[in-house]
Design a protein. Structure first.
Length: 169
């Protein structure tokens, strides 16, 4: 068979860092024992320049009620990130997600996170929100709306899926 004769080899391609939008849950995940390891490794990769982190005013607003240690982490990472603003195109996409029934009006901020990531040309959005964002039934629906509107698809993952174990690097 042809596949048995093929050897796996490393390529010398230049790897540009992905633009990644991290929602609020990732910042809090650093201090949640279920999500600590992956969240810390994700932000360490941001610190090393492995990702271009994109954040929005929605995160700033949501973190106003967070514990001080989460806010401290955010303000440290804020210095390393690209900040985007909410514009009419983002709000229009948020409304399209809601009209498509992906989420109800009660969860409009979650739709806004996905719209922010999509319109700001992020390749990936990371979240620990498995109910409204990182959900196997919702991801294709977000991307179906994007496709219908001529927008790029967006990968949606947990931080665990984006980090690499040290032995893999």
């Amino acid at each position: 068979m042809i596949f048995k004769s093929m050897k796996r080899r490393k390529t010398n391609l230049v790897h540009l860092p992905y633009r990644v939008y991290a929602d609020t849950s990732v910042f809090g995940g650093v201090f949640d024992k279920l999500f600590t390891r992956a969240s810390k490794l994700f932000f360490e990769k941001v610190r090393r320049g492995g990702f271009i982190l994109v954040i929005s005013p929605v995160i700033v607003e949501e973190l106003k009620q967070a514990p001080d240690k989460v806010k401290d982490l955010f303000y440290e990472i804020f210095q390393l990130s690209e900040q985007i603003l909410i514009d009419p195109a983002i709000l229009a996409l948020q409304e399209e997600y809601l009209k498509a029934g992906i989420l109800t009006d009660k969860w409009r901020e979650d739709a806004l996170h996905v719209a922010l990531a999509t319109i700001s040309n992020c390749r990936v959005i990371v979240s620990w929100n498995f109910k409204h964002i990182v959900h196997f039934q919702k991801i294709p629906k977000y991307n179906a709306v994007n496709t219908l509107l001529g927008l790029p698809n967006i990968a949606i993952h947990s931080p665990q899926e984006l980090i690499e174990d040290e032995e893999d690097e």
